[in-house]
Structures are given as structure tokens and as C-alpha cells.
Write a protein that binds this ligand. Structure first.
Ligand SMILES: Nc1ncnc2c1ncn2[C@@H]1O[C@H](COP(=O)(O)OP(=O)(O)OP(=O)(O)O)[C@@H](O)[C@H]1O
Ligand SMILES: [Mg+2]
Length: 256
């Protein structure tokens, strides 16, 4: 199996912070994995994701995607090859749902027919009726529907890597479970690499084939859910597991 993403001794400190947002983070993610990144507010989850698409640059260390140092790559081109989904969805409000989904394929110069076929396929992927939704504007969709569109828009041009930053954070419990199940199915079918940030331990253990647990910028543990439960690395991880109210250990991620 190929390595999809490699973080080598990554450090990042923001001005006026009293601890590093990321401290000596070294991890390797294999192609096709669904890795969840779990930790309390401010532990560096978003910072870690934003290093991958070069919204932030590390103070020191190196990140490689599919063997290539991202510093050597043009940031705009790099981002076109990465799907990025955030909690606030970020759909373009003045564009129809169809145009939203078609954005990156269009930039990449796909012809109209190829885009049309792809958009139809993506609507089916998230169980939304294309006819019903394609000409609406984002404000005319529910939060859960917007989130589904945000997800397929990120998938539209078939990126090799997906970054998802608490994409279901603002969704009610029932819809959230459905979206999690859909995400697992989409991940399985796409065979792509997904990095999924959450502060919800149940979500992290349900979705991730491996879970990266962070605290104050440091990696505490990076293993499968069952390995973490059997052998929590330290008191912090133990406390985190105790805090979960559900039998998440029935899962061992949906990843690979
Ligand atoms: N642009 C920035 N400028 C200064 N400090 C920042 C910036 N972005 C993040 N930080 C700081 O870096 C640390 C890590 O932030 P980060 O956003 O990565 O946390 P997080 O784990 O994603 O938290 P949350 O769960 O609340 O989203 C925090 O202490 C935060 O205040
Ligand atoms: Mg965050």
C-alpha cells in the first residue's frame, strides 16, 4: 500500500501563543485510510488540516503527499487535487446547487457533458433528487442538505485526498448518524484517503479505521479504535474514553 500523507516533525506556533499549536507531529497515513483526528478545542486539529492544503505553513518540518514535498507544489494546483469540507459548509450563496458542485470540474476544463454526468452521479451518491435541487440556491436547502452538497462538491473532481473539518458539527443527532453512514459508504466506494476532524469521540471511533488523538498540539496516540481501547496510551486517553457514553467499541472504523 502506498503512503498518502506523511508529516515529518511538524512544528507550528502562532504569535503570542504560550504553547505550540502543533508540536513535533510525525505521522504517516496510508492510501485509502479514513483517519479521524480527535481532541479537545484548541488542540491543533484544524491547524493540522490547514497545513495539508497550505493555508498555513509549518515553522519547521515537512509534509509529503503521495511522496511529493508540498512546499515544491503550487498551492492553487495542490488545492484543486484536495477536497475540503468545513463545518460552515461554505457553499457559494449566489450560485445554484448545480454550479456549486460543478465549480472545480469547470476550472479543470471538463466539457459540459462530462460535468453533467458527474453532477447527476453525485446527487445519487447522497440520495438527493437532482431535478428537485439543482436549480435551487444554498439558502433554500436545510442544513443537512447543504452539508451533503458541501461533501459532494468536494468530491466532484475525484480528489485523491479529502480533508473534512467537523463537517457534521452543526447537524442534529439523527441526521448526523445518517450522514456518518453515508460518509462511510462514500469512502468505501471511492477508495480515497480521508482525514476527518471531530471532537466527538463516538464519531471518531465509528468512522476512523485509525484515530489520531491529540492534546495541546501533540499526538497522544494513533491507532485503531480497538487498540486504543485495549491499551490507552496515558491518563488523558483513558479519561477521553471514559467520557464517551456509547458502546463505540463495537466499531473498528469503517475505513479499510
Ligand atoms: N490564525 C491563527 N492565529 C493565531 N492563533 C491561532 C490561529 N489559528 C489557530 N490558532 C491557535 O492555535 C491553537 C490550535 O487551534 P486549532 O484551530 O487548530 O484548534 P482545533 O483543535 O481545531 O480546535 P476546535 O475544536 O475548537 O476547532 C489554538 O490555541 C488557537 O488559538
Ligand atoms: Mg477546529
Amino acid at each position: 500500500m502506498n503512503v498518502a500523507a506523511e508529516f515529518i516533525n511538524i512544528n507550528k506556533r502562532f504569535p503570542s501563543a504560550n504553547y505550540n499549536a502543533l508540536e513535533d507531529v510525525s505521522i504517516e497515513i496510508q492510501e485509502g485510510e479514513l483517519v479521524t483526528i480527535l481532541g479537545t478545542s484548541g488542540c491543533g486539529k484544524t491547524t493540522l488540516l490547514k497545513m495539508v492544503n497550505r493555508i498555513f505553513e509549518p515553522d519547521s518540518g515537512e509534509i509529503k503527499l503521495f511522496g511529493k514535498d508540498i512546499k515544491e507544489m503550487d498551492p492553487v494546483k495542490l488545492r484543486r487535487g484536495i477536497g475540503y469540507v468545513i463545518q460552515q459548509v461554505g457553499l457559494f450563496p449566489h450560485m445554484t446547487i448545480y454550479k456549486n458542485i460543478a465549480t472545480v470540474p469547470k476550472i479543470l476544463g471538463w466539457d459540459k457533458e462530462r460535468i453533467r454526468t458527474r453532477v447527476e452521479e453525485l446527487f445519487q451518491l447522497v440520495n438527493l433528487d437532482a431535478k428537485e435541487f439543482k436549480d435551487r440556491y444554498p439558502a433554500q436547502l436545510s442544513g443537512g442538505q447543504q452539508q451533503r452538497i458541501g461533501l459532494v462538491r468536494a468530491l466532484a473532481a475525484d480528489p485523491s485526498l479529502m480533508l473534512l473539518d467537523e463537517p457534521f458539527g452543526a447537524i442534529d443527532a439523527i441526521n448526523r448518524e445518517n450522514l456518518q453512514d453515508e460518509l462511510l459508504r462514500i469512502h468505501k466506494e471511492s477508495k480515497k484517503t480521508f482525514l476527518f476532524v471531530t471532537h466527538d469521540i463516538n464519531e471518531a471511533f465509528k468512522l476512523g479505521n485509525r484515530v489520531l488523538i491529540m492534546d495541546k498540539g501533540k499526538v497522544k496516540q494513533f491507532q485503531t479504535p480497538s487498540e486504543i481501547i485495549k491499551n490507552p496510551a496515558d491518563e488523558f486517553v483513558q479519561a477521553l474514553i471514559r467520557s464517551a457514553g456509547k458502546h463505540y467499541y463495537e466499531y473498528d472504523g469503517g475505513g479499510i
